[in-house]
Every structure is written in C-alpha cells, then in structure tokens.
Design a protein around this ligand. Sequence first.
Ligand SMILES: [Zn+2]
Ligand SMILES: [Zn+2]
Length: 218
Amino acid sequence: MRADLHVHSSYSNDGVSTPQQIVDRAIEVGLGCVAITDHNSFKAYYDVKDNGKIIIIPGEEVSSKEGHILAYGINKEIPRGMSIQDTIDAIHEAGGVAFAAHPYRWWSGLGEKNTLQYDFDGTEARNARSVPRANRRSEALAKKIGKPISAGSDAHSPPRIGSGSVDLPDGLTTWQEVLDHIMNHDVKVDSTSRGRTASLRYGIKSIGQWMFRGFRKM
Ligand SMILES: [Zn+2]
Ligand SMILES: [Zn+2]
C-alpha cells in the first residue's frame, strides 16, 4: 500500500482540492492512505475521515516561527507562529508526532541546523515539490538522523496527488496502524522532484503571496 503523507486541501488558502476530490484522486492513482496536512488547519480530516475507501491520517502542516513542521496523528489543531520547541510540544500534547517538513526548502523549510538540533520524531525525506538537490540532501540528512521518515507530494491540486509516497504493507486498516508502521519500521520513500521552471515560478509566487498577505509568511 502506498501512502501520500503530505497533501493540501482547499482549507489551505493556496490549495484547490476539496477533501472529497483528494479522496477520489487518491483512489484513482492507487493510494491506500493520505495524510491531509493543510497549512495551520485540521478541518479537512473531519470531512473525509469516514469515506469508507482509503485511510486518512489526521494531520497539519504547522508554520512555526522558523519553518514548516508536519504533524501526524493529532487530535486538535496546532496554532501557528510558535517557536519550534513549543510547536513540537503542542503536537505531542495533541497526541501526534512531529516531522521536519522539506528541511532544505528556501523560504519555508527549517534548515539543516534546526532539523538536527531539535528532537523531531522524524524527517520528511522526500517531497515532490522540492528540487532534486533538496530531495537528495533531505534523504541524506534523514539517514544521518536515523529517525523515522516520511514522504509526500505536497500536492495543492488533484493531479499532483501521489507524486510522493511511502510504501507500506497491505492490510493496514487504520491510521494508527499506518503511523505505528512508519514509526517502527524502515519504510521506503519515493517522489518526483520539482523542475527548474516550476522552482522559479514558486519563488516569484511566494514573494507575491507574502506581499499580498501583508508580509506574513505562509
Ligand atoms: Zn511546507
Ligand atoms: Zn505543504
């Protein structure tokens, strides 16, 4: 079973997929599990958790003061804007695990030093919206840290869903079993990477959106 552990819905203000479209597309591309990790929102989980077809992991991509942190298995929304340590603590208090998202991404990544320094439960080793070099480096960093790893598409629209994923055994039936497996076993990760043109577009878009939001980072 493949699981895409980083997907945005329309609850992220830069995402266009409704939670139901995510489920439909995930089934279409053969995924058995998706973690919906909206920017600072936890709402999509409730819309599709009982879809009867694929496993949905409750998640969120939290904007800490110093970069994005993925929360998996949480039971409530984690507020944005806290320090890295406070964000990790809040995720643990909400019953979840904290993974360093796309550590090498310009603008929204935590950077190598923070990823090494803080006691994350795991690292995102591959992200389909990261450039090839960033993916190579995060895989190497994840190996060096030696903790559990995740991977995902970071899709903000349906066509991208499934372009990053982890391999899991068939037969897992709950998100708890999926997380348990990720936390306790070596999982295989895979993803495409972002091309050069898309990277340039991302850079320009990031700055544009930042200005539009009144100089507030996503
Ligand atoms: Zn991010
Ligand atoms: Zn993301």
